[in-house]
Design a protein. Structure first.
Lengths: 480, 481
């Protein structure tokens, strides 16, 4: 009998933290370098080597916890989790068992009906990554460069009820972590990895069904597809009157199915005990408060504030707020030039066009908020015209420098003094009697041609508005 | 130069006065090793050329005006401490071929102070044992009685110092492994407080109990070496940031104003009567030097050995997991189809019986279902033992006890009964469980000529008091038997 089951999904997400060095030693956390070049006695598990805590990794975990609404454990400890595997330098992993850094917490995910659903977190803890095994046909090798990289593990309650929700959760989490800058969150590069627990139960049953763990999904869509497959698989088993066995299954992306890896009976006894080489992490309430005060705004909160404070459209606010560096840039410009709308127009059109054209994010380009403020000021004061402004903006974007200096050095200031322009206007009117005749005959477009000729004669420095007025006056005189 | 008459202190003076060079001094040590160690078996590894090269560069440095405290003083190092470029076997087959790629922090500090690392001494495999008979490499004999063990696990270091083959040595103490062999061989052994000396570079046996300490001929030498070794180390998070006093300069005076406690649980039936008598005589000497003697109680003493073996084995089971043949040391030559088979073969071949016994014991007490009954329970008892000492030290400044219930055993005597062998540690494991400091000072010999040690225990980070008591006693000691 086919029926609709209630699905419960919980996630365990491992996020590689963006620290300069590894969790317990001074080795660089670099990727893509030759195997076993970022290693030392500590991260290789050499006899006698001891771990020392990376305070920055602790701080990033606490910041993440606070951003996700967790409570912080004022007394947090590390534990050894024992199991043998060639990618484990010490054959135990230093992780956190019963006193993680962060507890509880909530991430809201968007729903298709436009509402938002809160997903509860159980905990966030800090642990070390393992090395990377490489298997060739006749041999295997281990690259320890990754061993000891700080990992933050985020564990949710089984509050998610569909593959779509799980994907929405991962997307939302990724956005937040990217926004606060604690991780590069690149699933393909393995710096965000997720395991999934999924169980089904018939409607009306309170207790959760038997859970199955899924591993090896390395994209959000992979997690989505694996879940969709697994939910269908379990439904079929249950429909046929079968029972789900507790097991771990591996997502095979090529064939699009989940495959049995190991049963509950094979589960390790990890023999956790307190890591005697590390002291507990004690974070007194005043330190937690200080951290809380230093937190960046979440994108949703900032979007609302930008729209309200600077009077810019909601659309502009949401584009700016989605990228923390861009929003910071905008605020710096808006505060200096006094008008949010103008700042937003420049950034939304001209700056983002350059960002796209040069594939250079605003953090990596040479343009400073000060430079953009200067440009906007010169355009508003009609010192330069729009065309010159765009050229100068691109120069500042690529090479930096002060646009004001450029205008002065290269004599780019537009000419709006009618005395200086009169001569050019006279010359153009005299040189183009046919256009003047056309205008007299009622062809308005002829005035545009004459204005263009004046601009050309001025080498673009003439103020087009003033030129327009002067050409209009001269033609009117001709008419008289 | 008469090596026999030299201590670290007098060697420093002799080198400073250019009475002899480091090369001459080191040569004398190497000659003594050549002459005697074939019988004693204290050293596992000596590289004469390398030792003389270190000595020569110390002499050159001195000629250039350098005058670090230990410049040119040769030391023996227990073969469980990493010295860059030297082997570090832990007296185990599993570390065959391993060469240390780095200096332990204590080695780096001694090197900075000018010491010469002359050779590496024998121990019970991975420091697990009390007789040095668990060495997978060789037997070490007690220089005072060649048919007897030197104690352990730092038996090689004790035998080297007592046998005139080292001015001083480093040992490590997890449950008595410095103090007990010092007592068996008749030298001074100091176990510093937990957190006083960095463990970075000490191949861990039980991380919450291990400490490195000096083994010397005199208390003053122990004070000199501790002063160089002690202090906060950024590589060891469990070291404390406490000032390191000039221990050696503070020695002297008498014991007036000090109250010394005799824990009644340490003077019980089962204590060898000769040992009891030597210790009582030492207590009387201290009384004559002005100390007030009081009786105190450490009521949880009887649980200490069980607590120690649960906690130490639990930590060891994880600490020794890294010896798997993947990155260094022995790897089984037996063809293996899976990593697990490779581990099983390598570890079966590489570890000795006692090490395996403790890994199995430690794995068992940490297993789900047994964890609370053993590990959690033992942690609670450890707290009670620590409190025992806290309340005892409210009544006195330090404690005087025997180091070991017996003098040195005949070789082979304890081999058949591991449980009995564990009980040898009854008077020493408590200091490790409590994190306090302990000193073993020779207090005479039995009529058969076997050395006996007096143990002095003081509160954590009160090595100053410990050394002062040991030094005063050492000056008035009437060696009898």
């Amino acid at each position: 009998m086919k029926q609709t089951y209630r699905v419960s999904i919980g996630l365990e997400i491992h996020v590689q933290l963006k620290t300069r060095t590894k969790l317990f030693c001074g080795c660089a956390t670099s990727f893509g370098v030759p195997p076993n070049t970022c290693v030392c006695p500590v991260c290789l598990g050499y006899p006698g080597a001891m771990p020392v805590m990376n305070r920055e990794a602790v701080r990033l975990t606490l910041v993440s916890g606070l951003m996700l609404g967790c409570s912080i454990n004022t007394y947090s400890t590390f534990d050894r989790k024992s199991y043998f595997y060639p990618d484990m330098p010490k054959n135990y992993q230093i992780t956190q068992y019963d006193k993680p850094l962060c507890l509880d917490g909530i991430i809201d995910i968007p729903m298709t009906d436009g509402g938002r659903k809160p997903i509860r977190l159980i905990r966030i803890h800090l642990e070390e990554d393992v090395a990377k095994s490489m298997h060739e046909s006749s041999w295997s090798g281990v690259d320890f460069n990754r061993a000891g990289t700080p990992l933050m593990e985020i564990v949710t309650h089984p509050d998610l009820t569909s593959a779509d929700e799980a994907a929405a959760f991962l997307t939302a989490l990724r956005h937040i972590l990217l926004y606060i800058g604690v991780s590069a969150c690149n699933l393909e590069e393995g710096n965000m990895r997720c395991d999934v627990n999924v169980s089904l139960r018939p409607p009306g049953q309170d207790a959760l069904g038997t859970k199955v763990e899924l591993k090896n999904m390395n994209t959000i869509s992979g997690a989505h597809d694996a879940l969709q497959y697994e939910i269908a698989r379990q439904s079929e088993v249950l429909d046929a009157g079968g029972r789900i066995v507790q097991e771990t299954r591996r997502w095979d992306v090529d064939s699009g199915v989940t495959i049995h890896m190991r049963s509950k009976e094979d589960a390790h006894d990890y023999r956790y005990f307190a890591e005697p080489d590390l002291l507990p992490i004690v974070t007194p309430p005043d330190q937690i408060d200080a951290l809380r005060r230093s937190l960046p705004e979440l994108p949703a909160v900032r979007r609302e504030r930008l729209a309200r404070q600077y009077g810019i459209p909601d659309y502009d606010a949401s584009v700016l707020a989605a990228d923390r560096a861009l929003a910071d840039f905008f605020e710096a410009v808006a505060q200096r030039c006094g008008t949010g709308k103008t700042a937003s127009n420049w950034i939304m059109t001209d700056v983002l066009r350059l960002v796209a054209a040069h594939e250079t994010p605003v953090t990596a380009c040479a343009l400073t908020p000060e430079a953009l403020v200067e440009l906007i000021g010169m355009v508003e004061a009609r010192t330069i015209n729009a065309l010159t402004a765009k050229e100068l903006l691109e120069e500042a974007f690529l090479s930096g420098g002060s646009p004001t200096e450029q205008v002065r050095a290269r004599g780019l200031a537009q000419v709006s003094d009618s005395g200086a322009l009169d001569g050019w206007v006279d010359a153009v009117v005299q040189a183009n009697p046919k256009s003047v005749a056309d205008w007299k005959a009622g062809k308005q477009a002829a005035a545009g041609f004459l204005i263009g000729q004046v601009m050309k004669l001025s080498k673009g420095k003439a103020d087009p508005k003033v030129v327009g007025r002067l050409v209009g006056e001269r033609l009117a005189q001709q008419n008289g | 130069m008469e090596l026999e008459s030299l201590t670290v202190r007098t060697a420093i003076d002799g080198l400073r006065k250019r009475q002899f060079s480091s090369v001459e001094l080191t040569r004398a040590v190497l000659d003594a090793i050549t002459a005697r160690d074939g019988v004693i078996g204290a050293y596992l590894w000596v590289d004469e050329a390398d030792a003389l090269k270190q000595a020569a560069s110390a002499d050159a440095a001195r000629a250039g005006g350098a005058d670090a405290l230990l410049l040119g003083v040769p030391l023996a190092i227990k073969d469980i401490l990493n010295v860059e470029g030297q082997p570090c076997t832990c007296a185990s087959k599993i570390l065959a071929g391993y060469r240390a790629p780095y200096d332990a922090t204590v080695i780096a500090r001694l090197r900075e102070a000018g010491a010469v690392f002359a050779g590496r001494t024998n121990l019970d495999e991975f420091a697990m044992g009390s007789t040095t008979e668990n060495s997978a490499i060789q037997l070490t004999r007690n220089p005072a009685a060649l048919d007897r063990v030197p104690g352990g696990s730092s038996g090689g270091s004790a035998a080297a110092v007592a046998g005139g083959m080292a001015l001083a040595a480093l040992g490590t103490d997890t449950g008595g492994s410095i103090r007990q062999p010092a007592s068996f061989c008749g030298c001074v052994g100091l176990k510093p407080s937990y957190g006083r000396v960095s463990r970075y570079g000490l191949v861990a046996f039980a991380s919450s109990l291990d400490q490195i300490g000096p083994m010397t001929q005199t208390v003053e030498d122990a004070a000199l070496l501790l002063g160089v070794m002690a202090g906060r180390d950024p590589h060891d998070a469990t070291t404390l940031d406490r000032a390191v006093p000039n221990y050696a300069a503070a020695l002297g005076g008498d014991l007036k104003g000090l109250r010394l406690g005799l824990p009644k649980e340490y003077f019980v039936a089962g204590l060898d009567p000769e040992v009891a008598q030597r210790v009582q005589e030492a207590v009387e000497s201290c009384r004559r030097c002005g100390a007030e003697i009081v009786e105190v109680s450490l009521p949880h003493t009887e649980y200490a050995v069980a607590t120690y073996y649960i906690l130490a084995s639990a930590e060891a089971s994880a600490n020794l997991a890294r010896f798997d043949g993947v990155r260094y040391g022995h790897r089984s030559a037996v063809a293996a189809g899976t990593p697990l088979e490779m581990y099983l073969n390598t570890r079966a071949e590489g570890f000795g019986r006692e090490v395996k016994r403790r890994i199995i014991l430690g794995t068992y007490v940490l297993s789900s279902g047994y964890y609370d009954a053993y590990y959690t329970h033992a942690q609670r008892v450890r707290t009670l033992i620590r409190r025992d000492f806290e309340s005892a030290f409210m009544q006195c400044d330090a404690l005087l006890t025997p180091v070991s219930p017996d003098p040195a055993y005949l070789i082979g005597a304890t081999a058949e009964d591991p449980l009995k062998a564990y009980l040898i540690d009854i008077f020493t494991v408590t200091a490790n469980l409590a994190g306090i400091c302990g000193l073993s000072v020779p207090c005479g010999t039995t009529p058969a000529g076997l050395p006996v040690g007096l143990q002095v225990l003081a509160p954590a980070f009160d090595e100053g008091t410990l050394l002062r008591i040991g030094h005063v006693y050492e000056q008035v000691r009437e060696v009898r038997s």
